[in-house]
Design a protein around this ligand. Structure first.
Ligand SMILES: C[S@@+](CC[C@H](N)C(=O)[O-])C[C@H]1O[C@@H](n2cnc3c(N)ncnc32)[C@H](O)[C@@H]1O
Length: 357
């Protein structure tokens, strides 16, 4: 009898938690909750937000002050797709150069550019050189096909620059995708062995934008404090905005900001890790000069069938750091401290064994 009464009150409490969570979720467009395993619900200690919340000591540039593109960019150019000029669009100032085109057309200029790139990295002076627009727009005969990230950006992790509020190119410009927000419907669902996860209810094409990672933006000092006190899973929620630390003199790993999505964030905070993921996270900036606060955007890195769990690699690094990751993996394989690390249950054939190595 007593057991029956206890079970009934537990069931009622779980139902109330479920209702309270679903109420929170009802403010988020196109997201549902699914649990085919048990009666549990994600923690109510989580608040859905729709943009970064800036913590103490964190600042970002004012969108009104962003430098936008202007003539020759305008909204009603030939194809009515906004920016069209790869050598003169101001928003492409620091975008990736189309190196093969430059080399073919002017080998001397190409050599000069390589020297400048070796010296100044992402902020090389490449004025007037042909640049890559970030997205491939939908085919003319089927505008409903989503824009997708160009192969170069998908494979290289080069920062993506989108047009901003002060650009003359207008709202239909093809360089505006992440800023328009998530379009695809997602489900937060209970997995068999990794807590909650996220799946998409529609097919995704390779290069399609999914959503951004948002949360509280805090100083690195505060992130270190939270990591020390937050238990062994804390690192899974912290993302350093450190893309440009090697390119800017006064920006270091100690002074860059960090996004904490654990208690405040969006749906992407429920995405699990896989050592063979179907999504990747990319840097998206709307202002060439704000190197401290930019978007962390998830794109599908392969075609993904509706209902498949979305995953990304928590240890994903830029290509130039891959050797470093390999070295760390070898060290981790022999590290006695591994017992304190979270074991990976991604199930991939090439699973590395741990979430963090
Ligand atoms: C960013 S959260 C993802 C959402 C989480 N599953 C939840 O239920 O809230 C990261 C945490 O999920 C779990 N997790 C994610 N990927 C995992 C994996 N491949 N293997 C084991 N646990 C995983 C770990 O507990 C990790 O610290």
């Amino acid at each position: 009898m007593l057991q029956d009464a206890t079970q009934a009150s537990t069931g009622k409490a779980e139902q109330e938690i479920r209702l309270a969570f679903e109420k929170k979720l009802s403010h988020v467009q196109k997201v549902r909750l699914e649990n085919k395993f048990d009666e549990t619900t994600p923690s109510l200690d989580f608040t859905f937000i729709d943009k970064f919340v800036l913590g103490d000591g964190v600042y970002r540039s004012d969108p009104d002050a962003h430098e936008g593109c202007e003539l020759p960019c305008k909204s009603n150019m030939g194809q009515n797709i906004g920016c069209e000029y790869p050598s003169s669009c101001k928003c492409l100032e620091f975008a990736a150069v189309i190196e093969e085109e430059l080399e073919r057309k002017d080998s001397q200029l190409f050599q000069k550019y390589l020297q400048e790139k070796a010296k100044s990295g992402y902020f090389a002076d490449t004025k007037g050189l042909p640049k890559r627009f970030p997205y491939q727009r939908p085919p003319k005969d089927n505008p409903l096909v989503p824009a997708k990230l160009q192969k170069f950006y998908l494979e290289s992790r080069y920062p993506i620059y989108e047009c901003n509020l002060n650009c003359d190119c207008g709202p239909v410009c093809k360089s505006r995708v992440v800023q328009k927000g998530r379009k695809v419907p997602l489900t937060i669902f209970k997995t068999a062995n990794r807590g909650w996860g996220v799946k998409c209810d529609e097919d995704l094409i390779k290069g399609e934008f999914i959503d951004t990672y948002i949360g509280e933006v805090i100083t690195n000092h505060e992130a270190e404090r939270r990591e020390t006190t937050g238990g062994k899973d804390k690192a899974s929620y912290l993302y350093s905005l450190d893309k440009f630390v090697d390119d800017v003199a006064d920006l270091t790993h100690d002074t860059c900001f960090v996004v904490d999505g654990q208690f405040m964030g969006g749906v992407t905070r429920f995405i699990n890790h896989s050592c063979e993921p179907n999504c990747r996270q990319y840097t998206v900036s709307y202002n060439k000069h704000d190197l401290r606060v930019y978007d962390l955007a998830f794109f599908a890195c392969e075609d993904v069938e509706a209902g498949t769990e979305l995953t990304f690699d928590y240890m994903d690094k830029d290509e130039e750091e891959e050797d470093d990751v390999k070295r760390k993996r070898e060290i981790a394989a022999n590290d006695p401290d591994n017992k304190n690390k979270r074991l990976c249950d991604c199930g991939a054939a090439k699973c590395r064994g741990y979430l963090w190595v």
